[in-house]
Design a protein around this ligand. Structure first.
Ligand code: 3H9
Length: 659
């Protein structure tokens, strides 16, 4: 029979009395208006055609349905709404079974929940990730999921927004069966259940659960979502599902969804979502094919190098770790294997994958081994002479088409590139520590980096599963330059009268996991101290300079590793130290500063402004391409709360509010 078309994205064919409906709305089959219209029309057709026994719903391409169309949020609503379509599916008097061929997320999962049966391929995944966008499910997810999998599992899934693969979904009761041919399996299920009473999720009772268990499940989720409102709202709705009828539960869910959809938190998280998709895309580079990168040389297998090695190994690369001596190479191997072991213990890696990683790993003191590398990443001591000498030597060892990357965080990568005969193949890959965990990588486009080298590095970072952000060359690149501006402003305020703990408390209340002085203590104060000493000769005498951090370092207070820095740490607990207060008082007195009070609001406003001003300068200088890139760097590298959208986004909202 010829294909039936219900809208530009929904078509169907009739096969042995079953209407096989396919949603084809690339890239992820989001539930745009024409998909909803098409689904409603397909249901009408099935309702009015006697020879149709039931319906199978599936998606074309990789996804089943990626959710509501996020790009439609904020636009005028178009009928039919998703809750209407979902409600019609559930109430349909012929069986509607979904053949979940790929991800069923958000509204996609809600469509699946409303179907009378769910058959999935093994590689598919189910999830209600709405909280990650600052909203709650809005088409029945909070009411139907607990009916199907129980309230505890629903709190976990909806509260965290995590996805589950098909086999786990089946174990939970969310998927009915896993099949390599889900459409055929779903069609035979339609034929089997046609004419019989249908299992409608909304008619099921929510299994009763003990209140203490519910409190514990909720507390576990909320502990990880500090400062955000969507997870708490989602949990409230899920918990209520057991006590109210479906209609009342759906009405409350809808009202909450609409309220949160218009919140700043949701706008911020949507901004982050789209910024992430835009990150690493460079218009001028479109159409350039990346070079093949399979073998990665890593020079220096210390803390940073071993983390990078683990990221490369677990994403399928071969790794050659280079050290200066065979003993150091063996120690490097031990460090990398240790990190891989930890990944197995924490279930981030299977034992089989660990063996495969180790089989692709070699560490050596013989630099000529790097001749096999497609990319060499240097992660040695951050000293210009050491690095330029290394790059000069690498130049003579690696293949002419191999890419060379430096992991420097503060040195000038152009100077490092110029030590080679072909600086076009050199760029910066600034990983954050621990490199196997942190997602952010600043990809530093040096003055002479060739376009295909940049494209290849971006593709490599994406293959690592990380987030590449392109930065131009500047002291500290995007992140550390903003971080320096943040630190400078914080120190100004401390000199003027704010206590470090008040500054930290204000930023922690804003949503940072740790205030700046606590972060400095954690990272160690000596690197910034060394840099300040290096810069002393060129610093303008007119520039305001706060000496408090220097005094702390001179007193041996280098941060947590020395047991004290901006704070003391008796028994590991961050504590205000009167000795620091005395150092600060003395510094203020030496400059004749009479300390004044700062409110928490003034502290956050001034620190955000310092970040935003530096961000604006980075954009003006062409170091950062987009405000969203700056936001992602601060969120993923420096603890800026994602639900505030990053400094550039927050500044825009602030301007809107005060305009
Ligand atoms: C919801 O459903 C609310 C309901 O409860 C209630 C409603 C009443 N809409 O990530 P990728 C675009 S809220 C519009 O690189 P992948 C994305 O921008 C929604 N566009 O691919 C990108 O565009 P471009 C709940 C979307 O294969 C392109 O698709 N759902 C949507 O790595 C490719 O994206 C979610 O939160 C969307 N829903 O991963 C799921 N999703 O090419 C969000 C993606 O122009 N999506 N795009 O840059 C994802 O998690 C991933 O995109 C997915 C694919 C796993 C689906």
């Amino acid at each position: 029979m010829s294909a039936l078309r219900f809208s530009e994205s929904v078509s169907a064919r009739l096969e042995d009395g079953v209407l096989l409906v396919t949603i084809d709305n690339p890239p992820v089959n989001a539930l745009s208006a024409h998909v909803r219209t098409g689904l409603a029309a397909a249901l009408n057709h099935a309702a009015g055609t006697v020879e149709i026994a039931g319906v199978v719903l599936t998606g074309a391409g990789r996804a089943f349905i990626g959710g509501a169309d996020i790009r439609e949020f904020g636009k005028p609503p178009v009928e039919p709404s998703l809750p209407d379509v979902v409600g019609r599916i559930e109430a349909f008097d012929k069986p509607v079974i979904c053949a979940v061929n790929g991800v069923a997320l958000g509204g996609g999962c809600e469509v699946a929940l409303a179907c009378h049966g769910r058959i999935a391929v093994e590689t598919a995944a189910f999830g209600l990730p709405e909280v990650k966008l600052g909203i709650v499910p809005g088409a029945g997810g909070t009411q139907r999921l607990p009916r199907l999998v129980g309230t505890l599992a629903a709190i976990d899934l909806i509260g965290t927004g995590r996805t589950v693969k098909s086999l786990d979904a089946m174990a939970l009761g969310l998927a009915d069966a896993v099949s390599a041919h889900p459409v055929a399996t779903a069609a035979s299920l339609v034929r089997q259940v046609a004419g019989q009473p249908l299992r409608r999720t909304g008619s099921l009772d929510v299994p009763p659960v003990d209140d203490d268990a519910l409190d514990a499940a909720a507390a576990k989720v909320l502990a990880k979502s500090r400062g955000q409102s969507a997870p708490a709202e989602a949990i409230r709705l899920v918990r209520a599902a057991g006590g109210v009828d479906l209609e009342a539960g759906l009405a409350e869910e809808r009202a909450t969804f609409l309220r949160l959809r218009d919140s700043t938190e949701s706008a911020a998280l949507r901004h982050v979502f789209f910024a992430e998709r835009a990150a690493g895309k460079v218009e001028q580079l479109e159409g350039i094919t990346p070079r093949r990168i399979e073998t990665v040389g890593i020079v220096g297998t210390g803390l940073m190098g071993s983390g990078i090695a683990v990221a490369a190994l677990t994403s399928g690369h071969r790794v050659i770790g280079l050290e200066q001596t065979p003993e150091a190479a063996a120690a490097g191997m031990g460090r990398i294997a240790g990190l891989l072991d930890k990944a197995v213990q924490s279930k981030r890696l299977t034992a089989a994958a660990l063996d495969a990683c180790l089989a692709r790993l070699e560490t050596t003191a013989d630099a000529s081994a790097l001749a096999a590398a497609d990319l060499v990443i240097e992660a040695v001591f951050d000293d210009l002479a050491v690095k330029t000498d290394l790059f000069r030597r690498l130049d003579g060892i690696v293949r002419p088409d191999a890419i060379l990357a430096t992991n420097t965080s503060y040195l000038d990568p152009d100077a490092i590139a110029d030590a080679t005969t072909d600086p076009r193949r050199v760029l910066g890959l600034h990983f954050f520590s621990p490199a196997h965990i942190m997602r952010l990588v600043e990809v530093v486009d040096c003055a002479k980096t060739a376009p295909d080298v940049l494209v290849s590095a971006l593709a490599f970072v994406k293959r690592l599963g990380k987030l590449p952000i392109v930065s131009g060359v500047t002291e500290g690149f995007i992140g550390n330059r903003i971080f320096s501006a943040y630190r400078r402003e914080a120190e100004f305020m401390v000199e003027d009268g704010a206590e470090p703990q008040a500054v930290d408390a204000a930023m922690e209340a804003y949503g940072f996991p740790m205030g700046i002085f606590a972060v400095n203590d954690m990272a160690g104060l000596e690197i910034a101290w060394a840099r300040r000493k290096r810069q002393a000769a060129t610093r303008s005498p007119d520039e305001r300079y706060v000496e408090i951090a220097d005094r702390l370092c001179e007193a041996g207070r280098l941060g947590r590793k020395t047991g004290r820095g901006w704070y003391a740490y008796p028994d590991g607990v961050r504590t205000i130290d009167p000795n620091v207060t005395a150092i600060i008082d003395a510094a203020r007195a030496a400059k004749g500063i009479v300390p004044r009070n700062f409110t928490a609001e003034e502290i956050t406003d001034r620190l955000l402004k310092a970040m935003v001003d530096e961000g604006a300068a980075l954009l003006a200088e062409g170091i950062a391409a987009r405000p969203g890139d700056i936001d992602l760097v601060m969120i993923n590298g420096y603890g800026f709360p994602a639900h505030k959208g990053g400094p550039m986004f927050a500044a825009g909202r602030h301007e809107e509010r005060t305009a």
